[in-house]
Design a protein around this ligand. Structure first.
Ligand code: ADP
Length: 233
């Protein structure tokens, strides 16, 4: 997808910092500038303790910066009430975690449907969309299986379907292949490549250089500071 100059960046950090109050206070992010355009695939790397989780929490609207501003799709998130921020997160951000976070006693399709809490449409419509999302990730044949009957790679596909079903602007992935063997990890990375080709904006946090190299751009965090690395695609 070519860059669209008429729409604002999906993610825009303007001087974003976060200081945990402590004591002692810890400045986990410091004066971060970042713009991620629609359809970009950005990876975020950094050693343990560098601020990756803090970055994820801010980008995912789970936490607000203590300094600077975060614009999501051009919306200054600092001006929103907690309820509005929660609503925006539910509609615009899909999360994928290392450990899947599926409900074990709900089927794949039910797990995906649970992501549509902000969707007021009838149950049948939601179920249809959940089945389509599972088909999109290659799990159309396992929609009624419980997570305990699925492999690690299949569970991550359910989690990706759940993240996609509300049609978010941003897919935020935290070590999405961290619990998977190499072959399964590659199949999940190929799925992320496909989603990127379809126009999804992806941010993938990882400590794995091979995963980091899949992005169009890599941002590194060190001691709470962001810096850009230019990678060949
Ligand atoms: P990473 O995810 O890269 O390991 P974090 O974002 O978790 O890094 O942490 C960045 C820094 O902030 C670290 O020094 C960490 O100890 C500190 N930190 C993280 N969470 C808290 C917290 N709730 N209170 C105080 N300090 C914290």
């Amino acid at each position: 997808m070519s860059a669209d100059t008429t729409t604002p960046p999906v993610v825009e950090f303007r001087g974003v910092g976060l200081t945990y109050p402590g004591p002692p206070p810890v400045q986990a992010l410091n004066a971060c500038e970042l713009a991620i355009g629609q359809g970009e695939y950005v990876t975020v790397v950094g050693p343990s303790g560098s601020g990756k989780s803090t970055f994820l929490n801010i980008a995912g609207l789970l936490d607000g910066p203590t300094e600077g501003s975060y614009f999501l799709d051009g919306i200054d998130t600092g001006t929103l009430s907690d309820a509005d921020r929660t609503g925006l997160r539910g509609r615009r951000i899909g999360f994928v975690f290392q450990s899947f976070h599926l409900l074990p006693h709900r089927s794949a399709v039910e797990n995906v449907m649970l992501a549509m809490v902000y969707n007021t449409s009838a149950r049948r419509g939601r179920e249809q969309r959940a089945r389509e999302a599972l088909e999109r990730v290659g799990l159309g044949h396992r929609t009624d299986a419980l997570p305990t009957r699925l492999s690690g790679g299949e569970r991550q596909r359910v989690a990706i379907a759940r993240a996609l079903v509300a049609r978010p602007s941003l897919l935020l992935c935290d070590e999405p292949t961290g619990n998977l063997d190499t072959v399964t990890a590659e199949s999940i990375l190929l799925l992320l490549d496909e989603l990127h080709s379809d126009g999804m904006t992806l941010v993938v946090i990882t400590h794995d250089p091979e995963v980091a190299a899949r992005g169009q751009r890599t941002v590194s965090i060190r001691d709470g500071m962001l810096s850009e690395q230019v990678t060949a695609t």
